[in-house]
Design a protein around this ligand. Structure first.
Ligand SMILES: Cc1cc2nc3c(=O)[nH]c(=O)nc-3n(C[C@H](O)[C@H](O)[C@H](O)COP(=O)(O)OP(=O)(O)OC[C@H]3O[C@@H](n4cnc5c(N)ncnc54)[C@H](O)[C@@H]3O)c2cc1C
Length: 321
């Protein structure tokens, strides 16, 4: 790859997102440890974050810092990266497979006439990109035929990049809002303000219709507090009004790949499995021993979640104390 490799980093809640370091590691795997990797960081008041990112990339970090870029806005963010992408003509562009990355990636691909491979979970020798298909029931390996390609990386699958031997240089870039900008995002109010980001959580505890009410999520939240986990849900629980749709995991919800996924009162419909079946260890708590979730679970507990979950919480509290 003669042209540079570009990583588009993401900022959330004033922090560099973990998936951006995973995208950087993907770039290193694809292009080789010694490849020149540049990156872009976009936001408002991001000087310190740009410096932090430079500590990982070792290459140039283009920082586009403007109050209008405090929250993701498609045309504004495209405008922010456009000049850099056209100037560098990168062979590869890596982003997180997040709401932001999924939106921005095809726009960048169109800009430079690149191919795109999305939702990558591993990079095999020969720059073969592995990704799940058919709701996680099978995998495919793809490679680029075009000279340039855009890749989005699923959170929690590729280990995050470690610090570079020597930090890179931060290059500030001006931002001029596009003339046809129709809206500016002033603020993002998150409805389900979980303490841990669901997409990047190492442990996820999910509740299904079996929790029976909004209050039924309490035991799950207590366990999540003890384990530093995020709380998720099935669509059944969301549809029943027990929790916000922001927690929904599955085909039409979020896709998560934590180290541990604990499904409580979830039957294990194929649409739910599409969002969690790649989790490293799956633990299911269900009172029905025939529930399909047990087919994908590494550990299964047949029992009433209102008895089992508080016991788990008490045990983990003891062990972790
Ligand atoms: C196009 C489409 C897209 C969809 N997208 C999604 C999606 O993204 N995510 C998703 O989750 N679903 C999705 N669904 C819905 C999916 O098909 C299922 O209906 C849904 O996942 C069921 O949710 P559930 O497992 O919570 O509920 P149920 O299937 O009703 O299961 C509840 C489970 O709780 C157990 N239980 C009850 N009480 C207790 C107790 N006290 N202790 C322990 N266990 C108990 C029961 O044995 C049962 O297994 C989609 C469906 C369609 C058609």
């Amino acid at each position: 790859m003669s042209n540079p490799i570009l990583v588009i980093a993401e900022v959330r809640g004033g922090k560099l997102r973990q998936v951006s370091l995973e995208a950087l590691q993907a770039a290193r795997i694809a292009a080789g440890e010694n490849a020149e990797i540049s990156s872009v960081i976009i936001g408002s008041g991001i000087t310190a974050l740009a410096g932090e990112l430079a500590g990982y990339t070792g290459g140039k970090v283009y920082a586009v810092d403007h109050p209008d870029l405090a929250s993701y806005n498609a045309p504004a963010y495209l405008q922010a990266v456009k000049g850099i992408v056209l100037e560098l003509q990168p062979n590869r562009v890596f982003l997180g497979h997040t709401a932001e990355g999924r939106d921005l990636a095809p726009q960048i691909a169109a800009l430079i006439g690149a191919g795109q491979i999305s939702d990558v979970i591993a990079i095999e020798p020969g720059e073969q990109y592995k990704r799940p298909i058919y709701a996680g029931k099978a995998f495919e390996e793809k490679r680029f035929l075009s000279s340039s390609g855009v890749v989005t990386v699923r959170p929690n699958n590729i280990p995050p990049a470690s610090a570079a031997d020597s930090p890179g240089e931060v290059v500030d870039r001006e931002y001029a809002p596009p003339g046809d900008l129709r809206s500016i995002v002033r603020d993002v109010v998150r409805k389900a303000g979980g303490k841990v980001d669901l997409a990047e959580a190492k442990i996820v505890i999910s509740g299904g219709r079996g929790v029976k009410s909004a209050d039924g999520f309490r035991p799950l939240e207590e366990l999540a507090d003890v384990l530093g986990a995020a709380v998720g849900a099935s669509r059944g629980a969301c549809d029943a009004g027990y929790c916000d749709y922001a927690l929904q995991i599955g085909q039409t919800g979020k896709v998560v790949t934590p180290e541990v996924y604990i499904a409580c009162g979830i039957s294990g419909a194929i649409q739910h499995l599409a969002g969690m079946s790649q989790s490293r260890v799956i633990i299911a708590v269900n009172k029905d021993p025939e529930a399909p979730i047990f087919k994908v679970a590494d550990y299964g507990i047949v029992g009433d979640l209102f008895e089992v979950v508080p016991l788990l919480t008490a045990e983990f509290r003891k062990v972790l104390a």
